[in-house]
Design a protein around this ligand. Sequence first.
Ligand code: PAF
Length: 280
Amino acid sequence: MKVINNISQLRECLAELRSKGQSIGFVPTMGALHEGHASLVRRSVKENDVTVVSIFLNPTQFNDPKDLERYPRTLEADCRLLEACGADIAFAPTVKEIYPEPDTRQFSYPPTDSVMEGAMRPGHFNGVCQIVSKLFSYVEPDRSYFGEKDYQQIAVIRRMAADLGIKSQIVPCPVVRQSDGLALSSRNTLLSEEERITAANIYRIMKESLTKNLSVQQTHDYVVNSINAIPGLEVQYFSIVDGDSLADVTSWDDAPSIVGCITVFCGEKPIRLIDHIRYK
Ligand code: PAF
């Protein structure tokens, strides 16, 4: 696996591969890689001739400097995992390489980027669009792989890709979970063992809500009240939304696809965990 740190070298290398007719799969990451990322990389390796993985902790998508500071940085271990998964190129640029000048572009794709995480973390999705649009322009992938763990992020990126005429196919990939249901996340490493066990209740309760035959409002209240009753967990929001536009729904008949998106504070620090469940 080649590790490349600068944009011109990446472009040169990919132009050569493309000229030989090779298809390019792309997995953007912020590092601190785990089995969830590995599943995206393996899928890209299977579906493309060449797989590029970017490892870049993008400062513009962090609205809380403390969150950026404590985000795990594990470049060596990340490269070992990528090599084992069969990735061909790891692109690990510096902040100066990506942002020689501050990026002043503004992206706006409501309601996908204005609700839920967009409302709780102002500027977050603008930062995601800034970096993903730059990465798309360097890599020009045939297919790009995103984890459904960040359900809302995929909805925003789809809108951005359509808006900018990005040719890459956007491939959503299922959440990878621990055996107890906790969605894998780089942030899980910040939880104690006890907090991880507690956090598994989030998905357990959302899954339970599938079987209750409740209205949308009752489902919302069931999930929020059941999670808040567990010491160490506090729901920030649970929104039941149209699976494409992310607009709120009030009835199960409101949209062909409906998901519940949740953010929960877990433990002492606390750590913010996100997850979702598909109702239809
Ligand atoms: O999902 C992530 O890890 C990041 O938001 C992404 C897509 C790599 C952009 O920095």
